[in-house]
Design a protein around this ligand. Structure first.
Ligand SMILES: [Zn+2]
Length: 274
């Protein structure tokens, strides 16, 4: 396999691993949630919150390990050498647990509100509570998926900042990205400015934060190294989004708004049709 082909394959495998990790976590959270009564869900005892944290944390660890593995494979394909372990900052596990706890309380707030309001012997209220439970569970599962994927994304962000072999990065979008991600992908590769080899003077040339992701987004910010270029499928997506960008009215912030608004409207129409 050529260097570029190895690099392409590693990128694709990493992306797919993240989609799979998130999908399997969503299923596990959904099935755990179905076993909770509305009262227990609303109460959110330490034991219940710990269960949720454990589900997220195991997937986030897998995601992180895939991120490290991918960075090493991509780097080795491009430069002939894997990275040093010192690239990766220690994970802050207590901060991660805090994010899961916050997600739990945010998404279960509607259940708590409902239980305070309604009477548990009123059938109409019970039907309403059922709906509130299922949408809370869906939101919680989606957010769990986002938190898990922060594992790999965090590993790659560390590597991007600490590995002098990384010369740039680009947004790899998922199959059906939002306007924000498509806009980042349209930018193509953002190259790292290297004034000298010292880390502290390296800065990224980008207007937008490459580490912004939202729920149900499987997009990734992937590294580039000398000797390899963006995988062909990502380059093709980039060309497609850039053509759209160039055809979008306005300039500056206005063009940005127009692009995202039109892109998101088309995406919504497509989804509503399904
Ligand atoms: Zn996205």
């Amino acid at each position: 396999m050529s260097r570029q082909a190895e690099f392409d394959a590693a990128s694709q495998a990493y992306y797919q691993s993240q989609v799979d990790i998130s999908a399997s976590l969503l299923e596990r959270v959904a099935s755990w949630w179905r076993g909770l009564s509305p009262q227990r869900a609303a109460e959110g005892s330490p034991a219940v919150v710990r269960d949720f944290q454990a589900l997220v944390s195991s997937s986030r660890s897998r995601s992180y390990a895939e991120g490290v593995k991918f960075h090493n494979m991509a780097r080795e394909a491009a430069t002939g050498e894997p990275a040093d372990d010192s690239l990766w900052d220690d994970r802050d596990l207590s901060a991660e647990a805090g994010q899961s706890r916050t997600a739990y309380y945010v998404h279960t707030a509607p259940v708590r509100g409902a239980i305070k309001r309604g009477r548990l012997d009123d059938p109409e209220f019970l039907a309403e509570l059922d709906d509130i439970m299922s949408s809370a569970g869906k939101n919680l599962a989606d957010d769990a998926g986002r938190l898990a994927e922060l594992g790999g994304r965090g590993a790659l962000a560390d590597a991007r900042e600490n590995d002098p072999e990384v010369i740039g990065y680009y947004r790899k979008t998922d199959a059906d990205p939002c306007g924000f991600c498509a806009m980042l992908a349209a930018r193509g590769a953002a190259y790292t400015e290297t004034r000298n080899s010292s880390r502290s003077t390296r800065a990224f040339v980008s207007e937008e934060d490459p580490d912004q992701y939202h729920r149900n987004c499987h997009c990734q910010t992937l590294p580039l190294f000398r000797g390899v270029s963006m995988p062909p499928e990502d380059a093709a997506k980039r060309a497609e989004y850039l053509a759209r960008w160039n055809a979008t009215d306005g300039s500056g912030a206005e063009q940005l708004r127009n692009f995202q608004r039109d892109f998101n409207a088309e995406r919504k129409a497509r989804r509503d049709e399904q």
